[in-house]
Design a protein around this ligand. Structure first.
Ligand code: ADP
Ligand code: MG
Length: 694
């Protein structure tokens, strides 16, 4: 390594404005060095370079606009709200504030001009557009149009760190880079030559300060491609290394449990599908060797992965080892706890669970059972591994719904075992991933696929309906409820703001209750406590509720076989994988099920085609394939990649073409300059988990 001014080695505290306190917050984003600031990439941009006429504001778009206050009033429908109606000469728009001060209200007098920035949403009754909590400033009429901001990057932030601070830090870091601060070049020179890529500094600068709003063409830019390449490379190298290192550890041998498994399978009310049997056999082979199993179990929603996990658990328990099962939400953890208890307790297996709500004495007693080895199977959320929980004899780790977790968590889990022996690991996901992609995204794992659903499932029929016909849909629900059906109503805003999403769900619940006074309507969203969520879910499961209005918290795993109707709002704004995942919550029982995808008109041609895919098939693999084909180039940076390994900028489906070259480069690096693996991993993976929370 040449000795120069390496930004990789300079602590972030060398930047202006970063004291101990800020540094601590930055750490939460995985930022320790100046180079980390540069690799903390924006996930979208805001165009503040021009003022948009109110009449040409687009739904879903963020823009700067200016207008005169026409009307300002406080309403009390539902909750206290300040509504401000603005107009320029091209149209009207409504600003909506749920939190506001008296002085704020008074400043917004009729006739006052404002400059605002925010995302326009459509009002329910098509009364035009509205903006919730826009940024705004009071301006004089003669200052209209005088703005001097350019295009601003938007970064993942954390509590107590504002967008503005991150922008300042990025600016400083870029100046340093331009003044000769260096970043270690990790790519082999042959790769650089072949592609004629610009320098790393240059590429990073283009992403942080794009100058003008990056259009769809961004993806074709060298700067972008180069960074995507590096990110894929970083992943591939880290995972390959992980696999190699893991395989060098001995693992426990599970060679007992046949009898117990037979008893278990006999106690089930069904027989395994051929695919389940095949996959169980693959796992059986793995755990009989004394090297750690590292297996990815992939099977569409409802394909029956849980039974497979239970069999694996029985092997471990029969050989005297503990099993830890990690679920992405408390809701799912509790559901697994119930299922595993029902299945395994009668066989003499002790099942425990540990989640955030277990505190004080309860917590103590559970962790004691774990550390003394009394608990055989322990189910929990991430908390299971972050807290100071020690296992007496951990032999198998099962991770459910892997797409919700990052690579880092996979690594952390493995660290939990004592170093002499590595536990076997089974990772489960409902995300259909083409095999070639899986090899890269999960290069540390072997792949098993359940490619068949249990018999007797009724296919879910799907229709695509304009929100204009919402009333029809509601009367259909009402009819369904009368016939004993249970219904999910899913509110999906794809904003970063959880608050808004919850707000939308609250509104929807109110509306539904008003329209159907006789129906029992429940509400579940991310801001409820774990207990409240659990209670809602249990009530729904026990048929004490007819309609469950929910945010996407119900996306993973929940199993309520009687629910047979699902309505998804704003369906056009979600990825197909996520819609498929959501839809998988119905069609689990014997009732014929139906899913209604509500969209806000007008529906673009592409959106129409995408939604049609869901109408035509329920096959997760097909959906993934079509999704890849129909993916618009407009979906750029850090789009929520629900259903896949999360990257900062790479996108497995979009960037699949690069994989062969990435693999070649990886081999070359491992031979010629293995020391850069560490640097690449730090740059690209160290804050991956936090990106997952954006
Ligand atoms: P997922 O793969 O989405 O996790 P689950 O394991 O929750 O699916 O299984 C969905 C439902 O199907 C559960 O109620 C489960 O008991 C049931 N099931 C699993 N395997 C079979 C089978 N072979 N035959 C019938 N029902 C099954
Ligand atoms: Mg599951």
């Amino acid at each position: 390594m040449p000795q120069t001014d390496f930004l990789d080695e300079r602590p972030v505290t060398q930047l202006k404005g970063v004291g101990a306190k800020v540094a601590e917050k930055l750490q939460r984003l995985g930022i320790h060095t100046i180079s980390d600031v540069l690799f903390h990439l924006p996930y979208r941009y805001e165009d503040r370079s021009k003022v948009v006429a109110i009449g040409s504001l687009e739904r879903g778009g963020s823009a700067v606009f200016e207008g005169r206050v026409e009307l300002s009033e406080v309403t009390f429908r539902g909750r206290r709200t300040l509504l401000v109606r603005l107009s320029d000469d091209t149209g009207f728009v409504t600003l909506r504030f749920f939190h506001f001060s008296l002085s704020q209200k008074e400043a917004l007098q009729r006739g006052q001009w404002l400059r605002c920035f925010g995302e326009a949403r459509a009002l329910r009754k098509a009364r035009g557009l509205e903006i919730i909590h826009p940024e705004y400033q009071l301006i004089d009429e003669q200052d209209r149009g005088k703005i001097n901001h350019g295009v601003l990057p938007v970064y993942p932030v954390t509590e107590g760190l504002r967008q503005a601070s991150l922008r300042k830090l990025a600016k400083q870091a870029i100046s340093l880079a331009n003044e000769g601060g260096q970043l270690l070049e990790c790519l082999p020179s042959s790769v650089l030559r072949e592609n004629d890529w610009p320098s790393l500094n240059n590429c990073l600068m283009k992403l942080h300060q794009p100058g003008k709003m990056p259009a769809t063409g961004l993806l074709d830019q060298f700067a972008f491609k180069r960074l995507v390449f590096e990110e894929l490379l970083a992943n591939h190298l880290s995972l390959s290394r992980l696999k190699k290192v893991t395989q060098q550890h001995p693992a426990p041998v599970f060679d007992k449990g046949e009898r117990l498994q037979q008893d278990f399978l006999r106690s089930l009310g069904f027989s395994l599908t051929a695919a389940q049997q095949r996959v169980i056999a693959e796992i059986r082979q793995d755990v009989q060797r004394n090297a750690p199993m590292q297996r990815l179990l992939q099977g569409d929603v409802g394909s029956g992965k849980t039974v497979v996990a239970a069999c694996a658990a029985l092997y471990a328990v029969s050989s005297g080892y503990q099993v830890a099962l990690m679920a992405p939400t408390e809701l799912l953890a509790e559901q697994h706890f119930k299922v595993f208890s029902d299945w395994l307790q009668p066989l003499g297996v002790y099942v425990a669970w540990l989640v955030g709500k277990h505190k004080g004495k309860t917590y103590q007693s559970i962790t004691n059972q774990i550390s003394k080895g009394q608990a055989n199977v322990i189910i929990g959320t991430q908390a299971l591994f972050q807290d100071k929980v020690s296992f007496a004899k951990l032999g198998l780790v099962i991770i459910d719904e892997q797409h919700r977790f990052g690579v880092q968590q996979r690594i952390a889990l493995r660290d939990k075992a004592d170093s002499a022996q590595m536990p076997h690991q089974l990772v489960m996901t409902a995300t259909p991933i083409p095999r070639t992609l899986a090899m890269l995204g999960y290069a540390d794992l072997d792949l098993s696929i359940i490619d068949e659903l249990p018999p007797g499932r009724t296919a879910v029929t799907t229709s695509v309906v304009s929100v204009v016909k919402r009333d029809n849909v509601i009367s259909r629900i009402e009819q369904g409820v009368k016939n004993g059906r249970q219904v999910y109503w899913v509110c999906t805003l794809i904003e970063e703001s959880e608050v808004l999403q919850c707000q939308a769900a609250e509104d929807a619940a109110k509306l539904l209750q008003q329209s159907m006074p006789n129906a029992r309507v429940g509400l579940i969203h991310g801001r409820l406590s774990a207990d409240e969520k659990q209670k809602m879910m249990t009530d729904f499961k026990q048929n004490k509720l007819d309609v469950l209005v929910a945010t996407t918290v119900i996306e993973v795993g929940v199993d309520v076989p009687n629910a047979s109707l699902m309505v998804i709002e704003n369906a056009e704004r979600l990825g197909l994988a996520q819609l498929h995942q959501l839809r998988g919550r119905v069609g689990r029982g014997v009732k014929e099920s139906h899913c209604v995808l509500l969209y806000q008109p007008p529906l673009s041609k592409n959106a129409n085609e995408r939604l049609s895919v869901l109408r035509q098939t329920t096959d997760g693999f097909k959906i993934a394939e079509e999704d890849m084909k129909l993916r618009g180039p407009g979906e750029l940076l850090g789009k929520r990649q629900a259903g896949f390994l999360r990257f900062k900028i790479a996108d497995m489906t979009r960037d699949a073409k690069m994989l062969p070259a990435v693999e070649l480069a990886a081999e070359q690096i491992l031979q010629e300059s293995p020391e850069v693996v560490e640097v690449l991993a730090r740059r690209w993976l160290s804050n991956l988990v936090d990106y997952a929370l954006v």
